[in-house]
Design a protein around this ligand. Structure first.
Ligand code: BGC
Length: 377
């Protein structure tokens, strides 16, 4: 309860002043003085200030997409380095598996749960058990919906990811000046993932005025989220929808100028479909995550941009929050207004997404040690 009161009390100005990059000391210090009540909401569930003998259950959605393997292994190594025992599980994109893995974590004595949900609204029963057992839950990257068992949320600024993609398209096509019309198609993410709506809305808030003006023309007519969504973010699903669009609307030689894709796994599907079914001028294609295959495609000119979300930074932030929760300290948050999960606003820490393309990938991906040069060959 207390954390909701806190959410209401924090002023907008205060929150704005906290919006610094992930893990910056400035945000940490400022948050500390004001987020005390948020800490209290969970501090009774964990008491030990030292990590020794303390177990953290980390539940990841799947190994099928590159990003979650990275998140899982970063979380595991960072938690171990901080002295925690770690129970890391991947749920094969199967909700029932994720529920039972979380239940096992609870019964085997996890002190904190860190959960990246397959479907944000489908873990209610497991989350209720965590709450009954007094185990704090951190929603990782994806918000856990409709449950009052969620203590904190750590993610990237999801709406901003979408605006970065939308603004890239505006600049690349010079939409402010050019007359157009340019042909646009849209591929969004998983309807069960709360993030997918934020990505889509962020991009569409930027692009919709140009669609309304007629500068952007969605030839397939498919613009609504439900029409462009991709269940489980699967590359194959994005690919087969793109193939259908290309054969139905572009087989007569019409060019597709731009394809807004919410992330890299869906962008890859679109790129595969274009390679096999399209011979017109190659479109601008957006993405997100800087997955290895997509970064290779950026270098090869088959994808225009991506949005880099440094999973190392998110993992460090979550490890830090875990320690703060368990030792009863103030927990670092920098957003207490955006993410209402249906039971109230969940105090959140938003990391900064970073624009990436073929011009800056070396600096942000290789120089930072995220990938080796060989991995991108
Ligand atoms: C993440 C994205 C990712 C997508 C598919 C989303 O929840 O925020 O980074 O591309 O899931 O894994």
């Amino acid at each position: 309860m207390k954390k909701r009161v806190l959410a209401a009390l924090l002023s907008t100005t205060m929150v704005a002043s906290l919006l610094a990059g992930c893990g910056s000391s400035g945000s940490s210090n400022t948050a500390s003085s004001d987020a005390g009540a948020a800490t209290e909401a969970s501090s009774d569930a964990g008491s030990s200030a030292s990590a020794g003998g303390t177990k953290v259950g980390v539940s990841m959605p799947t190994k099928d997409l590159q990003r979650w393997n990275q998140d899982g292994s970063n979380m595991e190594s960072e938690l171990k380095a901080a002295g925690y025992d770690v129970d890391l599980q991947f749920a094969s994109n199967d909700v029932a598996t994720q529920v039972s893995q979380i239940e096992n974590m609870i019964s085997s004595g996890a002190n904190v749960l860190v959960i990246a949900a397959i479907e944000g609204s489908s873990l209610g029963s497991a989350l209720d058990k965590a709450k009954e057992a007094g185990i704090p839950v951190i929603a990782y990257d994806r918000l856990l919906m409709n449950s009052d068992a969620v203590s904190y949320y750590a993610t990237f600024d999801n709406y901003k990811v979408g605006t970065v993609q939308g603004n890239y398209i505006v600049d690349a096509l010079d939409l402010k000046n050019a007359a157009g019309p340019f042909n646009l198609e849209i591929t969004a993410g998983d309807p069960g993932d709360n993030n997918a709506n934020y990505f889509y809305s962020g991009a569409m808030d930027v692009l919709q005025p140009y669609i309304d003006e007629g500068k952007l023309n969605v030839v397939s007519g498919q613009t609504k989220f439900d029409d462009v969504a991709t269940p489980t973010w699967a590359t194959e699903t994005a690919q087969s929808r793109a193939e259908n669009i290309l054969s139905s609307y572009y087989a007569d030689g019409t060019n597709v100028d731009v394809w807004l894709c919410s992330n890299d796994s869906t962008a890859l599907g679109v790129e595969n479909a274009l390679a096999a079914n399209y011979s017109g001028t190659y479109p601008i294609i957006t993405g997100q995550d800087c997955d290895i295959e997509n970064t290779k495609n950026m270098i090869a000119g088959k994808q225009s941009m991506s949005v880099f979300k440094d999973t190392r930074t998110l993992a460090s932030q979550v490890v830090k929050m875990t320690g703060q929760i368990l030792s009863g300290q103030t927990v670092d948050v920098n957003d207490t207004t955006t993410y209402d999960n249906g039971t109230g606003v969940i105090p959140s820490f938003l990391c900064e997404p970073v624009f990436a393309d073929a011009n800056n990938y070396k600096e942000i991906l290789i120089d930072s040690g995220y990938y080796t040069e060989d991995q991108l060959k």
